[in-house]
Design a protein around this ligand. Structure first.
Ligand SMILES: [Fe+2]
Length: 408
C-alpha cells in the first residue's frame, strides 16, 4: 500500500489492521520539501544481520536513538543455513524458491528488536548479495559452472519478488521477472541527497580467480562495470544536478582498494570496487572534475568498521582525497567481535587511506549539518548472548568543503 497526500517534513504514526488483527503502532516521517534548508539530519546505517549467529541487540539500542532515518545497506537475510552450531537456529533449508525466501523474511521479521527499529523511523533500503545468493554478479552465480544461467535467473526472480513483498519499497520498484529497479534518489531538502545504489544486479562477473588477487592490469579493464552503464549515467546526472550540500552514495561494497598483505605486493578483493578499478577511478574522478559538493560513500558488506579517505591512484603523497567512505559493521554477521583484531596495525600501516578499523558488531550513527558530517561508530561487544551494552568506539568529523577525516 502506498499512502498519498502526506505533509512534508513531519512525523506520522500508523498501524495496520487485517483479518481482525491490529498491529502495534509505528512511526515514520516525510522528507522536507525540495527547497527546504533543514538544520540537521540524524540517521543510522546498518547492514548484515544473519539471524542464526546472534541477537539483534544493536537494534534495541538503535531504536532508542533520536533518528530521522535508518539506512540499510544489504544482507537483510542470508540465503544459506548454518549447521547445528547456530545460536538461533531457524530450521529452514537454503532458500531457493519464492516460498523459501518468503519464509526467511517471515522468520527474520519475528525479531522484536528488528521490529522496534522499523517502528521508530522510516527505512531506506538496498540489497547486497545474500538477499539472493553469495557473491553473485548480475546473472552469474558464485560458481558459474554449478548452475545454468536460466535457472539462476529464476532464483533471482524469486528472491527479488520476496524482497519487494517484505521491504518498504514503492510500487515503482515492482519486479518484472528477474529485474527490479532498486537504485533511486532521496533529497533531504538541500542538506543531503541520497543516491541509493545497486552494485549486484548490473555488474559484470568478478575477474576470474579467487576473491583475493594480486593487483594486475586486467582489474582495470574498461569493460568491467559494477553499476552498469545506465545506473552510472543516472548517478552522474544526479550528482551534476544536485542542490545538496552532502552527496551520499548509499551502497554495498568497499570502495577503497585496500591492500590485504604487508610488503610491496598489492592484493585486493575483486568482489569489491577494487575488482572494477576502471569504474572506481571514473567515479572518483567525476567527484573532483565536476566539483561535486561533499561526496560521502556509505558501505556495508564487510562485517567490520572502517573510515577511509578515497584517493584516485592511492598515492598518498601527491593526491588530495576525492571523497570519504564510512563502512559500517554488521548487526550480527561474523558473531562476537573484538575491538582491535591482531591484523589492525598491519592493515593501517599498509593502507594510509584507512584511518580507522574495528571488528565489533553494531551500526554507525550520523549527524549532518551544513557545516559538518559526524559519524559515530556505535558498537556492542557480543551478540551470542542478549543484553550487550552499547558504546561509541570512535567518532569522525568531516568539514564541509574538505573531504578529510578528523577523529573527534
Ligand atoms: Fe554480510
Amino acid at each position: 500500500m502506498e499512502v498519498e497526500g502526506l505533509e512534508p517534513d513531519r512525523w506520522y504514526w500508523y498501524r495496520f489492521m487485517a483479518g481482525g488483527e491490529v498491529s502495534p503502532m509505528g512511526r515514520t516521517r516525510t522528507l522536507p520539501t525540495a527547497g527546504a534548508q533543514p538544520e540537521r539530519l540524524r540517521f543510522a546505517f546498518a547492514s548484515c544481520q544473519k539471524y542464526e549467529v546472534g541477537y539483534y541487540t544493536a537494534y534495541e539500542h538503535m531504536a532508542r536513538e533520536e533518528l530521522d532515518l535508518i539506512v540499510f545497506l544489504g544482507d537483510y537475510i542470508y540465503e544459506k543455513t548454518d549447521g547445528s552450531d547456530a545460536v538461533r537456529p531457524h530450521g529452514l533449508p537454503e532458500a531457493l524458491t519464492l516460498d523459501d525466501y518468503r519464509r526467511r523474511y517471515a522468520v527474520y521479521k519475528t525479531d522484536s528488536s528488528l521490529q522496534a527499529a522499523h517502528s521508530m523511523a522510516p527505512w531506506l533500503v538496498t540489497w547486497d548479495d545474500h538477499e539472493v545468493s553469495n557473491d553473485y554478479a548480475g546473472s552469474v552465480p558464485e560458481n558459474p559452472g554449478a548452475a545454468d544461467p536460466a535457472r539462476f535467473l529464476l532464483r533471482r526472480a524469486a528472491a527479488y519478488r520476496a524482497y519487494y513483498e517484505h521491504m518498504p519499497l514503492r510500487h515503482a520498484a515492482r519486479p518484472s521477472g528477474p529485474d527490479l529497479r532498486l537504485y533511486r534518489r532521496f533529497d533531504y531538502g538541500q542538506l543531503a541527497r541520497f543516491n541509493v545504489l545497486d552494485t549486484r544486479q548490473y555488474r559484470t562477473d568478478q575477474p576470474a580467480g579467487p576473491r583475493l588477487q594480486p593487483d594486475r592490469p586486467d582489474l582495470r579493464d574498461p569493460a568491467g562495470t559494477l553499476l552498469g552503464l545506465d545506473q552510472l549515467a543516472w548517478l552522474f546526472e544526479g550528482l551534476d544536478q544536485s542542490p545538496a550540500r552532502w552527496n551520499v552514495l548509499a551502497q554495498q561494497v568497499l570502495m577503497a582498494p585496500v591492500d590485504r598483505v604487508p610488503g610491496p605486493d598489492k592484493v585486493v578483493d575483486v568482489d569489491k570496487w577494487a575488482g572494477y578499478e576502471f569504474e572506481r577511478r571514473r567515479v572518483l574522478r567525476h567527484f573532483l572534475e565536476k566539483n561535486i559538493s561533499n561526496p560521502v560513500v556509505l558501505t556495508g558488506d564487510k562485517h567490520n568498521n572502517w573510515a577511509n579517505e578515497l584517493l584516485i591512484d592511492f598515492d598518498d603523497s601527491v593526491e588530495r582525497p576525492a571523497a570519504v567512505e564510512f563502512l559500517g559493521t554488521s548487526i550480527t554477521s561474523g558473531g562476537d567481535g573484538v575491538d582491535q583484531p591482531d591484523y589492525t596495525a598491519a592493515l593501517l600501516a599498509e593502507n594510509p587511506c584507512v584511518k580507522y578499523h574495528n571488528n565489533e558488531r553494531g551500526y554507525v550513527r550520523c549527524e549532518i549539518t551544513k557545516k559538518y558530517w559526524r559519524s559515530d561508530f556505535r558498537t556492542i561487544p557480543y551478540v551470542t548472548r542478549r543484553g550487550a551494552p552499547l558504546q561509541t568506539r570512535a567518532s569522525f568529523v568531516v568539514e564541509s568543503g574538505a573531504p578529510r577525516l578528523h577523529q573527534a
